[in-house]
Design a protein around this ligand. Structure first.
Ligand SMILES: NC(=O)c1ccc[n+]([C@@H]2O[C@H](COP(=O)([O-])OP(=O)(O)OC[C@H]3O[C@@H](n4cnc5c(N)ncnc54)[C@H](O)[C@@H]3O)[C@@H](O)[C@H]2O)c1
Length: 263
């Protein structure tokens, strides 16, 4: 296979959750540029519409649909509908996620101050949402004996993390193991499941906190590369994991973190 064809997604059909902003938007742009028909979904209907309209003039194969990943029935219906329209679903990015919350470095983030309603909400979106998306995709990919599932987890799910909340780090650790588990179950069916585990990226998560100059300053000491990443810096790995180039990769959790997890 030629090098360009290793990364060519022409004729493929891709779904991205949480695609109206940040990493999800970067994944969608990557898929479109590589030639895939791409269904962008998000629970923020207005932001989604703005991005889909912006991309439409350049990429006619873009589509948008409102979706809350916490709603299992809605996820199933969307994936069923997409598969019926496109004939197949080749790759899914289970990416939607929320709020790291406050870490135990501040009193509000310590065990006795955990807000259980916030805990439930984070787990419902960051973990249940991933399960709903992975499960809906697998159901269609298994019988075809082909498919890619890419979950956005976090380096906060690989180790303890004083700056992120309990619910967030727990949801991401569980999502990392869900990826390994699903990869093992689906390997005999040639459905490949991998995780991208980002470090700090300047997106809208946590109210866009990582875009602030103070965050940039703090990250200088926390991150070996000495800076927060921009969303575009996720694109290379997204393309690799969605394309024929990664045909022998499954069950991997790949940090994109400026070296943080190597410390
Ligand atoms: N930015 C970082 O530093 C960082 C680091 C590690 C992991 N991540 C993970 O990357 C993923 C994307 O986050 P981001 O940084 O791009 O944030 P973001 O806030 O810029 O984008 C997240 C998108 O997900 C959508 N969303 C939220 N809840 C949803 C739901 N229930 N259903 C559907 N869509 C929903 C939001 O509307 C938003 O458009 C998340 O899973 C996040 O935990 C981000």
């Amino acid at each position: 296979m030629s090098i360009p064809s290793l990364f060519d997604l022409t004729g493929r059909s891709v779904l991205v959750t949480g695609a109206a902003s940040g990493l999800g938007l970067a994944y969608a742009e990557t898929m479109l540029e590589a030639g895939a028909r791409t269904l962008m979904t998000d629970m923020d209907a207005q932001a989604l519409d703005t991005e889909v309209q912006r991309l439409k003039s350049r990429y006619p194969l873009v589509e948008g649909a409102t979706l809350d990943v916490a709603d299992a029935t809605a996820v199933d219906a969307l994936v069923d509908g997409m598969t019926a329209r496109h004939g197949a679903i080749d790759c899914v990015f289970a990416n939607a996620g929320i709020s790291a919350g406050r870490g135990f470095i501040v009193e509000a983030g310590q065990l006795e101050n955990i807000d259980l309603a916030h805990w439930d909400k984070v787990l419902r979106i960051n973990l249940d949402g991933v399960l709903h998306t992975v499960r809906a995709a697998a159901r269609h990919m298994k019988p075809r004996r082909e498919g890619r599932i890419v979950v956005t987890t976090s380096i906060a799910g690989l180790r303890s993390e004083s700056l992120s909340g309990y619910a967030y780090v727990t949801s991401k650790a569980a999502a990392n193991n869900l990826v390994r588990q699903a990869a093992m179950e689906l390997a005999p069916h040639n459905v490949l499941v991998n995780a991208i585990a980002p470090g700090p990226f300047a997106t809208n998560i946590n109210g866009g906190r990582l875009r602030l100059p103070e965050s940039a300053e703090r990250m200088r000491t926390h991150i070996p590369l000495g800076r927060v990443a921009q969303a575009d810096e996720i694109k290379g790995l997204a393309l690799l994991l969605a394309s024929p180039a990664s045909s022998y990769m499954t069950g991997t959790i790949i940090p994109v973190d400026g070296g943080a997890s190597a410390r």
